[in-house]
Design a protein around this ligand. Structure first.
Ligand code: APR
Length: 256
């Protein structure tokens, strides 16, 4: 009977202690999340200020890419060695792939890139507001607010590339590597051989592919690459890529 009493008392005490720890858990979580939300708001405010200083009160055609330097200093890219994915004229296919398979990271998968992907914004002389209508289009002027942003973040993203990097190019084009694209004019020039070991071209082909890895434009790409960076090219059909991204058991390294 004494033993039974001890067991019953022990169980009762255990239940009581557990009950008592519930309000403590709530206090812990409430205080922790209040702290986090405060830190988050301060951080977001700083990033927003660094972002808007690039273009507010300015002619939206006179925003050079350097205007976003303070933003890049406030929100630098964390290098994702061996996982960085670049692209040119393959936006849909590459993002479809990275969304389904968690092997690679594109600029648009980063925090800053995903926040601004698809948006239009600009300032106006004499106003402290941000506008989303009446802004210059991508090709209306070279130094427009949106284009300079993508140029600047692309330079920073490429500068952070380390280990083996990948680029998906479009095999349905006669010139899959264009020196005028962001990839050709900015990213390739910012790759750093101190950090980056190789660039692996994945040329996405369709049934009637126009180019292959011996395309002349890849000679230009290799010439542009910093000497210490190795170059590889592989042709991969769009069907193979889609098959791979929809088969969860296939490891990333076996997609091509
Ligand atoms: N009008 C509007 N947007 C444009 C235009 C245009 N004329 N040209 C380019 N863009 C924007 C679009 O958002 C488009 O999807 O740039 C994107 C990429 O253009 P592409 O010519 O397909 O490729 P590229 O210029 O090489 O840029 C892609 O830069 O964003 C980085 O890291 C990313 O490696 C990627 C590369």
């Amino acid at each position: 009977a004494v033993l039974l009493l001890i067991v019953v008392l022990g169980v009762a005490l255990g239940v009581a202690l557990k009950r008592n720890s519930e309000p403590f858990k709530k206090t812990f979580i409430d205080r922790y999340s209040a702290e986090l939300s405060m830190i988050f708001q301060i951080h977001c405010g700083k990033i927003w200020t660094a972002f808007e200083q690039a273009y507010v009160r300015k002619d939206p055609c006179k925003v050079p890419m350097e205007a976003y330097d303070p933003l890049m200093a406030a929100a630098p890219f964390k290098p994702a060695c061996n996982r960085m994915m670049f692209w040119s004229k393959t936006k849909e296919v590459v993002h479809d792939f990275t969304a389904k398979k968690d092997c690679f990271l594109t600029l648009e998968d980063t925090l800053l890139g995903s926040v601004l992907d698809g948006l239009t914004w600009c300032g106006k002389e004499g106003s402290s507001d941000t506008f989303t209508a009446g802004c210059p289009g991508w090709t209306d002027c070279d130094n427009n607010t949106v284009r300079s942003f993508w140029n600047r973040v692309s330079a920073a993203f490429a500068d952070a590339a380390c280990g083996d990097a990948t680029v998906m190019l479009n095999g349905s084009l006669a010139t899959p590597f264009s020196p005028y694209s962001i990839f050709g004019s900015i990213e390739v020039k910012n790759f750093n051989s101190q950090r980056m070991k190789s660039l692996n071209v994945v040329l996405i082909t369709q049934e009637k592919n126009v180019s292959n890895c011996s395309n002349a434009s890849f000679k230009d790409l290799q010439k542009e690459l910093d000497g210490g960076i190795k170059y590889n090219c592989k042709e991969v059909s769009e069907a193979q890529l889609q098959w791979c991204s929809s088969s969860p058991e296939t490891p990333c390294g076996s997609c091509w």
